[in-house]
Ligand binder design. Sequence first.
Ligand code: ADP
Ligand code: MG
Length: 703
Amino acid sequence: MDGILNNDIKFLSGVGGQRAELLGKELGIRTLGDLLYYFPFRYIDRTRIYRIAEIRDDSLSYIQLKARITGFSHVGTGRKARFSAFVSDGSGTAELVWFQGIKWIEKRLEVGREYIIFGRPAFFRNELSLVHPEVELLSTAAARMQTGVQGVYYTTEKLSTAQLGTKGIYKLVCNLWQAVEKHIRETLPETVLREHDLMPLRDALYNIHFPANQQLLRRAEFRLKFEELLGIQLGILSRRTDRVGRNDGFLFSRVGERFNEFYSSRLPFPLTGAQKRVIREIRNDTVTGHQMNRLLQGDVGSGKTLVALMCMLLAVDNGFQACMMAPTEILARQHYATLTRMLGDMEVRVGILTGSAKSRERRLTLEALEAGEIDLLVGTHALIEDRVRFSNLGLVVIDEQHRFGVEQRARLWTKNERPPHVLVMTATPIPRTLAMTLYGDLDVSVIDELPPGRKPVKTQHYYDSHRLNVWAFMKREIAKGRQVYVVYPLIKESEKMDYKDLYDGYESITRDFPLPEYLTVAVHGKMSPEDKEATMQLFKQGTAHIMVATSVIEVGVDVPNATVMVIESAERFGLSQLHQLRGRVGRGGEQSYCILMSGEKLSREARARLDAMCETNDGFRLAELDLKLRGSGDINGTQQSGLAFELKIANLGKDGQIIEMARRTAQRILDADPGLTQPQNRGLDELKKRYSPSHEIDFSMIS
Ligand code: ADP
Ligand code: MG
């Protein structure tokens, strides 16, 4: 896309400086091309004409009628004026109502003539009425393009006041089309168009804005989705090819004494088959000479930490340092404690670095690290600060990857001249389509087996009104010697309110679970790290019976004796978060429970989420469902998904088949022409660049 499409939007007729600025700020539309690719977010079918008798309720958002005016009425004056036109189409009657612009509309309507009427249906005293509908003489309406399927553009309040409501944008797009129509060049090679029976780009862009009917609209959508996903896949796959082609990965060729000693005499329990397989996969990666980029997925409790430790030992055995980055201070400390405990007196030097380290302590750690006197460094994102220098970093393990931004991840591997191997571990199962898109550059390992003896967690949903039953249940479990988590949602925008929920909750729990019989502790993000740690310890040691917490702090707490997870306002959590939280219990041999509390009023989606949680423990099924429920908005949002660009039309949740098609096609094209230099692939090279923005830092971007 070049030439005229890169022109500033302000030069388009109907725009100008002020509106251009608004379009840029509100919608990110800065060039003609941006507007051309600003697609309607839904469509109204104006080919369909309803009969008045068919309309029984206000469930349709828009209807179109063909009816004759039978009379008028005026009620009130001035600001209270109301003008009605009564219409009939033979099947029934309806009332059209105006509160404003009455003089103007009155002049345009005539009793006895037939009109096309378009608007939102409402019922008033059992009579169908349309307030401020569009009304047009049948004879003129028929001739207009708008009787087709009409696009509705997303817009904002600010734009609407600058005459850029959905209709205003539509008009701009009409102007745009005249200006650019002749400049649209096909991006896809003829062979690809033919193979998948795709609409040419020009026709697709026309029909996405001005579809003549549903069928053409669907073909246009399909073509544009395919193009977008193909662009993404071309970017991902060629980056992958680059990485594999570079051959500068560290070699972990020896399986040395530390790994062997740990394996033969320190393992607290036999590895599961899945753990063994994953360690083998990682080991194979590190002897190829290519840099490893592996995503390790394993449901909560599947034993990823142990896998990470063994891989880090491999690095150490080969003379390298390794580091492990956790998303929170508590988790980092917990990992540090786990690793040092498991290693015992083995000759491995483990260090920890977090944001709260005292300056002297930190200086010593940094010096030791640079001198190569630390083998394994555990930490939070403090690890990515510039002053942290390794002497010989060979492996980076990132735990609970979804908490780290892409940028944060990228900074870790710029710590070396040669890229270390990277293992990203996540407990959030990533559906195939997402994995192919977001992590398409990574190899994926899956731990699909839980350690033996685990009993599946039982999940139940209770309304707030049944709280007493839940508390009675908690008391029974505590009487058996077990411990309980109570978690409150924490959503950034309303932090104050959330903390209030937490404090109120804490208070009412301490009232009903009084000392000295019960000890309840609370942990939240505003506490100092020392306080947090001390409080956590009370719970870990079993001194505290109940831990009240917000959701964000604790992704990986490991307290096998905790058997009950109560999630307050569960309807406010996403599915994957609920599943994560549930994974905090069920870690020991005892039967564990997850209790979802909610108000009585639930949206359909929230109910579906809670039902799904009660029905299954399978993280993958929940992730797939989550993707479907959340649809495009959330998933495609850069924040949620880690995508550095926004999808304009494809939906990662729903377009799985097109993603697979695009991936196969991209692979085949790159196999034949890796640099996309052949003339028929010129458009593809542009596409690839469009979907590989420079700010997307990838694992392989190190040089
Ligand atoms: P996650 O994958 O969620 O990070 P962890 O690594 O924290 O899981 O492991 C969860 C629990 O399972 C820990 O208490 C750990 O010691 C235990 N565990 C790990 N591997 C095994 C195994 N092979 N057999 C039995 N228990 C295991
Ligand atoms: Mg973990």
